[in-house]
Design a protein around this ligand. Sequence first.
Ligand SMILES: NC(=O)c1ccc[n+]([C@@H]2O[C@H](COP(=O)([O-])OP(=O)(O)OC[C@H]3O[C@@H](n4cnc5c(N)ncnc54)[C@H](OP(=O)(O)O)[C@@H]3O)[C@@H](O)[C@H]2O)c1
Length: 288
Amino acid sequence: MKILVTGAEGQLGTELCGEFADAEVHRADLDGSGHLLDITKQDQVDALIDEIKPDFVYNAAAAHNVPQCEEDPGFAFAVNATGSRYLALACDRVGARLIHVSTDYVFGDGGSRPYVESDLPQPLNVYAASKLAGEHLIAAACPNHIIVRTAAIYGPAPCRAKGGRNFVGTMLHLAATRPEVKVVTDEFTTPTYTIALAKQMRLLAEKGAPGLYHATCQGECSWFDFAKAIFEETGTEVNLVEATNADFQSTVKRPSYSVLQNKHAQDQDLDTLPHWREALKAYLATLS
Ligand SMILES: NC(=O)c1ccc[n+]([C@@H]2O[C@H](COP(=O)([O-])OP(=O)(O)OC[C@H]3O[C@@H](n4cnc5c(N)ncnc54)[C@H](OP(=O)(O)O)[C@@H]3O)[C@@H](O)[C@H]2O)c1
């Protein structure tokens, strides 16, 4: 089995490559030790996919620094929409299945129960709109696709778009260096461990019917709850202070509730993702 992973140096791409230790994995990224590939260049995408003729292509490449996307929509759409379309066209031509990563941010404000795949998206910012455009362009170009919307990911490999440290690392760093740590109580999501997500994405690639899937850990929490759990699980002494979104000056709108239910996978008996708190414990155990 031949696998091509784009964004292979990234937080999720690294774990997707690790998940396929028994297969022939081709790593591709803007830089790094694998194939050099810019997904916004159609000639590069075509040449690599024609050369490898993969069975599965995982697209974990993305522009997802949210403020940067807001300032530069051309850049966001080039990577998240047009680049995804180039991959979809090439996959369709060689008969590869495309497994693409999207986001909970496609949903807007006003939600109060977990979103399922048939709920109507309502992107609130440029990043979210560009990811939703990518979903539609993939669906139009490559019927044999699996689109996976996930949320709040963290794991052993650093998030390249967000300067390296994940939320867990940031919280532990702030607790060690600041007199108090302020975290929002009014934004709800489900933290999702990249190693568990990579396993789920392999299962969906191998067994799932084509289409759109939500894939997050089970349960939900505010970012404050997540921070509290990190400090409890690590026995960290900290002055954790409740804050709201309004306390942080952000020019970018984000959904206050973007919890997902993995309904499409559950309907096929394919949802293997653990509860977010169990996944957090598993991750923290790797740090000690
Ligand atoms: N992080 C989250 O909490 C979160 C939540 C929901 C969904 N997602 C989605 O999950 C996916 C993976 O995110 P991640 O956290 O693993 O991201 P990441 O660590 O920033 O990795 C993204 C990778 O894509 C590469 N890349 C960027 N532009 C490219 C281009 N034009 N051509 C080829 N490669 C390019 C980056 O390379 P450089 O670093 O060299 O630019 C980087 O290696 C993305 O689709 C993201 O939208 C993430």
